[in-house]
Structure formats: C-alpha cells, structure tokens
Write a protein of this length. Structure first.
Length: 274
C-alpha cells in the first residue's frame, strides 16, 4: 500500500490503539514525513518508533503549514471535549476527521468541530495491534466517496473493515468485537484454571488452553464451515465433548452468559456516550 495524502496526517493520541494503527500504516508504506503526532507522553515503544522514523511529536499542535488531509483522533473519551476543538481549527474544507476513540457519537464530534466537518467514526479492536483486527465504521453525511475510500484504506492497515449506516449499531458492535477479545482471553484463563483443577500442571494447562484457542481460531478462519458446523464435527454423540457441551449449553450456560455480557457492555457504551 502506498497512501497518497493531500496533506499531513495528524494523529491525536499515540496510545495503544492510535500507536498500533500508526505503526501498521508505516509498515504498509505511509511516508513518515507526512505524519505529525500530538501526544504529551507517548508510551515508550511508540516514542521509540516515532524517534526512529523522525516523526514530529508535540504535546500540542497549534499551527500547521498546510491543512491536514486526515485528523486521526485516538484519545480517551474523557479528554475529547478539550482536545477536539483546537484540532478542528487546523482542519481545512477537505480534511477527513477519523475517530477511533470510544464513547463519543458523531453528533458530539460535529458539535466540537467546524460546521460541515467530514467525520468517520470507527471501532477497531485489540487484534489491530497485529494487523488482525476488525473495524466497523460509520460516516456522516459530509463524507465524500473519496474520503470514505481513504478512511477504508487507513483502517484496512489494521485488519478487516465493515461499514454500517446506522451509528446506533456501534454500541453492540463495541460490545461484541471491541470488548470481545477480552472475553476470549478470559476463556483462555478459565480453561487453563479448569485444567489445573483437573490435575494438570499449571504450565501445561496454560499452554494447552492458549494453543487450543489460537489453533481453533485459525481453523475457523481457514474453513468454509460455520462455527456451529465445526463444533458438530468435533462432538461425538455420547463422548467427552458432548458431556462438556451439555454443561456449557445448559441453563445459565455460555450462551446466556455471553448474551447478558454483551447487553451489559452495550448499555454501558450508551451511558458513556451521553
């Protein structure tokens, strides 16, 4: 990929997600000379990357020689109200504002930015750090087809991109894919603990749980079969897997727990956006 930007890319917030996205964009050909980072104290690994690529990093950007082609917002939602308006004053009529910050709706961003700002709100997830993320995005009415394609190119640097038209869907999206990696990591923890309770050595239980989940994910990715079909293929009637699935699928089992968990995360996302 060789991104051709009609102006600099200004990244506000070089934390875990912003830093990961920048790293992947640089790997895929983004010219570091076209990047400016606003962050008072980037994490050490990102600070090292910025220094290595000679990228300007400033605690506050108050002027630019030309309007940015893209303002990429990756700050915590608690400080967005303070950070975004000064960024908006740097924007030009063609600037795309791409927000990967959780918890702030497009309407709030529109209120903080100049009238007519082209805004894409996107929700990537943790595997974006290794280029295996999934991002769901939504654009406001000011975003042109060219800007939408540019946003897609930027987001594809960290994985698969899906678009929706209804912004309200981003709350359940966040609950499923945004928070979902934590559910998977918890599954690995619990599976390892169950192995230890069954008598396995701690190190062996940890490795078995980790390798089982990563291997199953690879199989799911490479197979044309659905998750349900793959589950059925490894479940012999009356066998050990069937005995375990009777517990997981019973009252108060995995489906009920995940449904309740996603509902709770969706509810909290809507609360945080107010």
């Amino acid at each position: 990929m060789s991104l051709s930007l009609q102006g600099p890319l200004l990244l506000a917030g070089a934390g875990k997600m912003g830093g990961a996205m920048l790293a992947r964009l640089l790997e895929r050909g983004l010219d570091p000379r076209h990047v400016i980072v606003q962050d008072p104290e980037p994490p050490t690994d990102i600070a090292d990357l910025l220094a290595d690529r000679s990228i300007d990093v400033l605690p506050f950007v108050d002027e630019l020689s030309s309007a940015p082609a893209v303002i990429l917002i990756a700050v915590k939602p608690q400080i967005m109200d303070a950070v975004v308006p000064p960024l908006g004053r740097l924007a030009g009529p063609e600037t795309l504002v791409l927000s990967i910050a959780a918890g702030r709706h497009i309407a709030r961003l529109e209120a903080l930015l100049p009238e007519g700002a082209a805004i894409v709100r996107a929700m990537p997830n943790a595997p974006a750090a290794v280029g295996r993320g999934v991002t769901v995005a939504v654009a406001n009415s000011q975003v042109t087809p060219v800007q939408k394609a540019l946003a897609g190119d930027l987001l594809e640097a960290v994985g698969e991109v899906m678009w929706v038209k209804d912004e309200a869907l981003l709350d359940p999206v966040t609950a499923v894919s945004g928070s979902g990696p934590a559910y998977v990591f918890l599954l690995v923890e619990c599976l390892a603990e169950a192995g230890r309770a069954a008598g396995l050595d701690a190190a062996l239980a940890d490795e078995l749980a980790r390798a089982t989940v990563t291997g199953s994910a690879a199989l799911l990715e490479q197979s044309d079969l659905s998750a349900a079909e793959l589950r059925q293929r490894v479940t012999s009637p009356g066998g050990t897997t069937a005995a375990a699935l009777e517990v997981l699928g019973g009252p108060g089992g995995l489906q009920e727990l995940l449904t309740a968990a996603v509902a709770a995360a969706t509810k909290r996302g809507r609360e945080l956006a107010k």
